[in-house]
Design a protein around this ligand. Structure first.
Ligand SMILES: *Cc1c(COP(=O)(O)O)cnc(C)c1O
Length: 198
């Protein structure tokens, strides 16, 4: 996946023309201002922290929401998916490093959240997402993979766990070594971000 935050649409479309088929968006506001310029061949996932009151702006534009970390958010996605006669694929975001500054459900609650979400008929859990702490020990990646396996083994009806979204520019090799099926790359594709542009 190419992570597009702060990147101009022309650059993003160039990446799409070179074979990138999946884009990752962080901020609803920024996405809304850019999405009409995007090449329609690219699929978009929401990967950034999502507030419940913003789901309505993206429900018909993204194919998957990677940042589900509460039942409340999942229920709102379900409500709006139903209303729009669609279903939504999601990943559960896990705060694998137990960092106070990061969103994500804590690792001990993942299966419980997935079980709770079984009543949401228009949401399908496709797997897990994590942002390991910068410089995290390899065992954090291994632990994330174990959690993903545990979700698979739980065999919950609304879960088809086939995506482990883990790995960014600085740690994608380690993530792949530990079972990642989807790496989210920004800097290594587009160069350093200039936050002043946003
Ligand atoms: C920015 C971001 C990335 C990409 O980070 P890079 O280090 O630039 O590759 C991946 N995932 C999320 C959730 C991000 O916010």
């Amino acid at each position: 996946m190419a992570v597009t935050k702060t990147v101009a649409p022309e650059k993003i479309n160039f990446a799409v023309s070179q074979g990138i088929t999946l884009l990752g968006e962080n901020r609803v506001q920024e996405y809304l201002s850019k999405k009409d310029s995007y090449d329609k061949n690219a699929e978009v996932h929401m990967i950034g922290h999502l507030q419940t009151n913003k789901v309505k702006y993206i429900i018909n534009d993204v194919s998957l929401i990677q940042s589900v970390d509460s039942f409340k958010l999942a229920a709102e996605i379900n409500r709006l998916a139903e209303k729009n006669s669609r279903s939504m694929d999601v990943l559960l975001e896990v705060n694998i490093g137990d960092e106070a500054s990061k969103s994500g459900t804590d690792k001990g609650s993942v299966i419980e959240l997935a079980s709770q979400m079984q009543e949401l008929g228009s949401v399908r859990i496709r797997g897990l997402m994590a942002i390991p702490p910068i410089g995290a020990d390899e065992k954090v990646f291994a632990e994330m993979n174990e959690l993903y396996m545990k979700l698979k083994e739980a065999k919950l009806p609304n879960v088809s766990a086939d995506i482990l979204s883990m790995g960014m520019s600085g740690d994608y090799q380690l993530a792949i070594k530990h079972g990642s099926t989807l790496v989210r790359i920004g800097t290594k594709l587009f160069g350093a971000r200039n936050y002043m542009e946003v």
